[in-house]
Design a protein around this ligand. Structure first.
Ligand code: AMP
Ligand code: GLY
Length: 429
C-alpha cells in the first residue's frame, strides 16, 4: 500500500511513524512533512492548502489512502476533492468539518441536538456584543470566540468588563480576524478540568480511542500565554468510567447521529475538547482532526495496526474493528524555541536527538526543525515533541524528561510539570 499523510507537525510525524510500522504499507509520503518525517516517509513539496495539487499527486502515483492532519485542508474541502476523483481519504467532508471550522455552526448544532455546552449568544457587531454583555446573567469571566479558524488565537477568556471590551474592539471593530471574525460567540466561562476525548466514526458508528490530557499554557502551573500545546499525557485521570459513558452517550453518539440527520455525515476522527464540570462533562469545542500533541500520545499507545482501522472508518465498516491498546501510560513534552508563542527564534543548532531516541520507551517527533549541512536546526515555535511510554505515569514522566534533557538548543523552553497531577492522582487512590 501507498499512504499519503498531509501536514508537517509532530502530529503528522507520529501518525506517519505508526503507519510506517504497518506490514501492509510499502511506501509513505508526506506533504510537505518535516526533516524528522523524512526517516519514515518521502517528502513531497506540496502545501496542505493546495488541495487540487495534492489530489493530482495522489492520482498520479496511485496513493491507496490519504490521511489529513491539519484542519485547514479539511475546511478547504480536501476530502470532497479526493472523493470526486475516487481517491480514498480519511477525514470529514467540508460540510462535516464545519463542526470545527465554524463555532457558530457548532454551537447551534449543539443546541439543536441538546449536547451539553456553555450557554451562549451569537453577535455580528460591537453594539450587539456590548448589549449581550450588559444583559447576560453569567457575569465574569466571560468567553469570546471568533466564528472561524484562528490557529487557537481566536478565543479570549475575559476576566472583567475591560478585557471583554478589548476583545470586542479587536474582534468586531478592528476586525483583526477578517472573515473568521465576522461573527462572535459570547459564552459562559465553565469551571473544571479540561480533557480531550477522541472517537472514530464511519458516519454511523462511534468507536472511542484513549483519552488524553493536554497542557495549553506556556509555563508550569498553567501560567503564561496559551500555546498550540506544551505537552500531555494519556489516559486522562479526569475521565472516570461514569464521565466516559456520559461523553459517549451525551456528546459523541448524538453528534454523529445529528450530523447524519443534518445531511452532513461525519467520517473521520472527532475530537471533543471537554470541560469536566461539577455538573458533568460539557463540550467546549469540536475538532475535526487528531490533536497535537494528543496524536503523539495515542500513536505510541496503540497496539493494533492503525491502517486497517483507518480503512474501515473510511469504508463505513467500523463494526469490524476492535482496537487493542497498550496498558502503558504515555507522556509527552514539547521543546519550544525561544520567543514562542510569539516570534520564535530560528536557526539554532539542535544536539542530542539521537541520544534521546536511544532511551528506553522514548520517541522524538519533529515539529519545527530544518536540516542544514546535515545537522538539525530549529525552524519553528514548537520544535520537538519528546514522547515516552512507561508502566506507570511516574516511569513515563521520568523517561520523557530524561529525553527532554538529552536534547539541547539555545533558548530551549519546556514545561517541567507535565503529568505531575496524574502521578499525584494515582498516589491518592
Ligand atoms: P476552544 O478553541 O473553544 O477550545 O477554546 C480554547 C480554550 O479556551 C479552551 O481549551 C479553554 O481553555 C478555553 N475555553 C473555551 N471556552 C471556554 C469556556 N466556555 N469556559 C472556560 N474556558 C473556555
Ligand atoms: N491539542 C490541541 C489541539 O490539537 O487543538
Amino acid at each position: 500500500m501507498k499512504v499519503l499523510v498531509v501536514g508537517s507537525g509532530a502530529r503528522e510525524h507520529a501518525l506517519s511513524w505508526k503507519i510506517r510500522s504497518s506490514p501492509s504499507v510499502k511506501e509513505v509520503y508526506c506533504a510537505p512533512g518535516n526533516p524528522g518525517m523524512a526517516r519514515v516517509a518521502d517528502r513531497v513539496p506540496i502545501d496542505p492548502s493546495a488541495i487540487v495539487e495534492l489530489a493530482d499527486f495522489a492520482e498520479k502515483i496511485k496513493i491507496d489512502m490519504t490521511l489529513v492532519g491539519p484542519e485547514l485542508s479539511l475546511t478547504l474541502g480536501i476530502v470532497d476533492e479526493f472523493q470526486k476523483r475516487d481517491l480514498p481519504i480519511f477525514g470529514p467532508t467540508q460540510a462535516a468539518a464545519a463542526i470545527e471550522g465554524s463555532k457558530v455552526f457548532a454551537k447551534e448544532f449543539m443546541t439543536r441536538y441538546k449536547i451539553p455546552t456553555a450557554p451562549f449568544d451569537i453577535v455580528a457587531t460591537a453594539e450587539e456584543a456590548r448589549a449581550v454583555l450588559k444583559k447576560r446573567k453569567g457575569g465574569y469571566p466571560v468567553v469570546l470566540k471568533v466564528d472561524g479558524l484562528a490557529s487557537g488565537k481566536g478565543v479570549v477568556v475575559a476576566k472583567d468588563k475591560k478585557e471583554a471590551d478589548q476583545a470586542i474592539e479587536s474582534m468586531l471593530v478592528e476586525k483583526r480576524f477578517g472573515v473568521a471574525g465576522e461573527r462572535v460567540v459570547i459564552e459562559d466561562c465553565l469551571e473544571g478540568s479540561e480533557a480531550s476525548f477522541f472517537a472514530l466514526s464511519d458516519g454511523e458508528r462511534v468507536l472511542p480511542l484513549v483519552t488524553c490530557q493536554d497542557y495549553k499554557r506556556l509555563q508550569d502551573a498553567d501560567r503564561g500565554p496559551n500555546t498550540g500545546g506544551m505537552g500531555g499525557y494519556s489516559p486522562s485521570v479526569h475521565i472516570d468510567a461514569d464521565a466516559f459513558r456520559s461523553v459517549m452517550d451525551g456528546i459523541m453518539k448524538p453528534t454523529i447521529a445529528g450530523m447524519a440527520a443534518d445531511g452532513r455525515p461525519y467520517r473521520g476522527i472527532l475530537y471533543a475538547g471537554l470541560m469536566l464540570t461539577k455538573e458533568g462533562p460539557r463540550l467546549l469545542e469540536f475538532n475535526a482532526r487528531f490533536g497535537d500533541p494528543e496524536a503523539e500520545l495515542i500513536a505510541v499507545r496503540m497496539k493494533s495496526d492503525i491502517v486497517p482501522v483507518l480503512q474501515a472508518t473510511l469504508a463505513g465498516r467500523l463494526e469490524e474493528i476492535n482496537i487493542e491498546w497498550l496498558k502503558a501510560r504515555s507522556v509527552c513534552v514539547v521543546l519550544a524555541a525561544k520567543g514562542y508563542p510569539g516570534e520564535p527564534s530560528t536557526g539554532d543548532a539542535i544536539a542530542g536527538i539521537d541520544a534521546a531516541e536511544k532511551l528506553e520507551g522514548v520517541e522524538v517527533f519533529h515539529a519545527g526543525t530544518a536540516v542544514k549541512s546535515g545537522a538539525y536546526m530549529t525552524s519553528g515555535g514548537r520544535v520537538l515533541v519528546v514522547t515516552a511510554l512507561g508502566g506507570s505515569f511516574a516511569q513515563a514522566v521520568q523517561r520523557c524528561y530524561a529525553g527532554a534533557e538529552a536534547i539541547q538548543f539555545d533558548g530551549k523552553q519546556h514545561r517541567t510539570d507535565i503529568a505531575r497531577e496524574a502521578i499525584e492522582a494515582v498516589a491518592q487512590k
